[in-house]
Design a protein around this ligand. Structure first.
Ligand code: F6R
Length: 613
């Protein structure tokens, strides 16, 4: 995820901006650059690679000025090289921009501008924006930016400077986050509060669809249509540890709350308005897609649980057999992988030794290897024929949350993309799924707001533990079972409670013997076609005195009769439900571990990346 910095003040902007970029490094990037206004001219320094390379350049050819912008880029349009690094200037060199996000009608605009005689020096969608701003400029930068963004579709945090008005920076926000920092006689812009928290504690948040004009005297916020906005200041009193965690007590909680934004990032530029799904990095021929004999999925741990959801999605949308195997099992088995199959290896880190070994085995057997991973340039990404990046941003907590959720989104996009190409996805379903996917960031945000009921359930688990009961059972059927497996793993890894997930139909084949008075049972109940079946299993555990927590749709009227605690999620297509249903279970794990007083971000015996067998 790209990072943005901006500064207007009495001091030299260059070191302030570079320092801010360094504090945004955690977002991940592959090139960096700054631009400053100096003696009525714009000076740019930028380089592929880490900030150290930019600093080397600045040492050889220093730039300075009292207004500056900067950017760390995570490549989307075009490779990570010096030319594609931000900032980008217009041909006159009098306008300069940095941008976070994706301009969806990039090709259309570029073709139009090229036909009108404009020339471009990079492959980026961002360069289009600076051309548009320069072309629209008629003495008022804010007005030119307004007209330029009116022509662009997509998501952006856009920051613009011009040598014509050397006392200000103009920025607009649509989807991609940005904040204003207010100092003494100086004003900052940044993607995130921690970038400037050591310089000021006074902030104003920029909302979607707003424009801000910053000068040394402060910030003026307007709607994109030019109406004034009155925004209260936010005084942030985080200590340094909290600042690093964005104000949250733990990285895990921060990452759970980052999920709505992470979903937007994963979707960005991939869902076209005409219903197509465009997957950068996936390069399958029609012949391969049409003749697929089978799809395989392999992974470990949480990534395996995402793959379990993927199996069901791909089965329904591709009408081919879809096999799934733990990577550590697959690598030592003799799998019948047919040449021409697609092997999808799912791995947050892209470095898990077992997943890499299983992926290599599949390639040896003639499968095409696709990686679903979060880490650009990871070993898995390098070895794969196709890569679908999840764009969750760095995940620090050992217990994976946002990486899992974005793996689900990536699998949805893939299922829709391949299903449409094969002609096997029902059009009505495709339209429903696409509109549900687009609404997921808002729906996920709503789920995050129900922490109170989750805490009630977590308290029961903690009280049980104090009374000597440290078992929990998770049940569900079909996709609800897949969600239950991940809910159970989350709980056990950080709360250290013994937890088991099983298909609801499996209970009476043995485990029911362990259900006694007060035993916690968590049930996921979103799949309409098996709802009643799961309800029967629920009645069986309830009859034996279990304490039931149920995850259901918000309009479920039946459940109150069977459950002690009800966690409700917005209604979506059943295939999409896992994305929302896992969120209360992540929170349940988090709050149980918190109440029990465990080390949430670094659970005992576990490592973030398992690079040995
Ligand atoms: C649990 C967790 C692990 C990982 C597993 C695979 O919260 O994070 O179960 O999912 O070790 O790691 P990756 O996805 O990096 O291959």
């Amino acid at each position: 995820m790209c990072g943005i910095m901006g500064y207007v003040g009495p001091g030299d902007a260059a070191p302030v901006v570079v320092d801010g970029l360094r504090r945004l490094e955690y977002r991940g990037y592959d090139s960096a650059g700054i631009a400053v206004l100096s003696d009525g001219a714009i000076k740019v320094a930028k380089a592929a690679g880490k900030l150290a390379r930019l600093e080397e350049l600045l040492e050889i050819a220093p730039v300075s000025g009292s207004v500056g912008i900067g950017h760390t880029r995570w490549a989307t349009h075009g490779p990570p090289n010096d030319l594609n690094a931000h900032p980008h200037t217009d041909p006159s060199g009098r306008f300069v921009v940095v941008h976070n996000g994706i301009i969806e009608n990039f090709h259309e605009l570029r073709t139009e501008l090229t036909a009108a005689g404009q020339t471009f020096t990079s492959d980026t969608d961002t360069e289009i924006l600076v051309h548009l701003v320069a072309l629209e400029y008629d003495g008022d930068l804010a007005d030119a930016v307004r007209k330029a963004v009116a022509r662009a579709r997509g998501a952006y945090a856009l920051v613009v400077m011009t040598a014509e008005e050397p006392d200000k920076i103009v920025a607009v926000r649509k989807t991609s986050p940005m904040v204003i920092g207010i100092g003494e006689n100086e004003t900052f812009l940044a993607s995130d509060i921690p970038a400037v928290l050591h310089r000021t504690r006074r902030f104003k948040l920029i909302e979607d669809g707003e424009m801000v004009i910053i000068t040394q005297a402060g910030a003026v916020i307007e709607t994109i249509d030019g109406d004034p906005v009155d925004r209260d200041e936010l005084v942030v009193d985080w200590d340094p540890g909290q600042a690093e965690r964005g104000g949250y007590d733990h990285f895990m909680l921060k990452e759970i709350h980052e999920q709505p934004n992470a979903i937007s990032e994963t979707l960005q530029g991939r869902l076209e308005t005409d219903g197509d799904v465009v997957l950068d990095g996936v390069d399958l021929t029609d012949e391969f897609v049409d003749n697929l004999p089978a799809v395989w999925l392999t992974a470990c741990g949480t990534a395996y649980h995402a793959a379990l959801v993927g199996k069901r999605l791909l089965e329904r949308t591709l009408a081919v057999p879809v096999m799934i195997e733990y990577a550590h099992e697959l690598r030592y088995s003799d799998p019948r992988i047919l040449p021409g199959s697609l092997m999808i290896a799912v791995s947050q880190s892209g470095e898990t030794a077992d997943t890499l070994a299983a992926a290599r085995l599949a390639k040896q057997k003639g499968a095409r290897l696709m990686a679903i991973t979060n880490v650009v340039g990871s070993s898995l990404a390098r070895e794969a024929d196709d890569v679908l990046y999840t764009r969750a941003g760095p995940e620090i907590a050992v217990a994976s949350t946002k990486a899992y959720l974005t793996q689900l989104i990536a699998l949805h996009l893939l299922a829709l993309h391949l299903g449409q190409r094969r002609g096997t996805v029902d059009l009505e379903l495709a339209i429903q799924l696409e509109s549900n996917l687009a609404e997921l960031p808002t729906a996920a945000q709503r789920v995050l707001e129900m922490e109170e009921q989750v805490i009630e359930s977590a308290q029961t688990l903690a009280d049980n533990f104090d009374n000597g009961v440290d078992d929990v059972y998770f049940i569900g059927r079909d996709l609800d079972y897949a969600v239950a497996t991940e809910g159970s793993l989350k709980l056990k890894e950080i709360s250290y409670l013994h937890s088991e997930a099983m298909p609801a139909g499996e209970l009476k084949h043995g485990t029911l013997a362990l259900i006694t008075e007060g035993m916690p049972v968590i049930v996921v109940l979103t799949q309409t076609h098996v709802y009643e079946k799961t309800l029967s299993a629920l009645q069986e555990v309830k009859a034996r005195g279990a304490h039931v927590t149920a995850v259901v749709y918000e309009d479920d009227e039946l459940i109150a009769e069977f459950a002690d605690v009800v966690l409700r999620i917005p209604r979506v297509a059943d295939l999409i439900a896992p994305v929302l249903a896992i969120i209360p279970l992540q929170l349940l794990a988090y709050h149980s571990a918190r109440i029990l007083g465990h080390d949430i971000d670094q659970p005992r015996n576990l490592a973030k990346s398992v690079t040995v067998e």
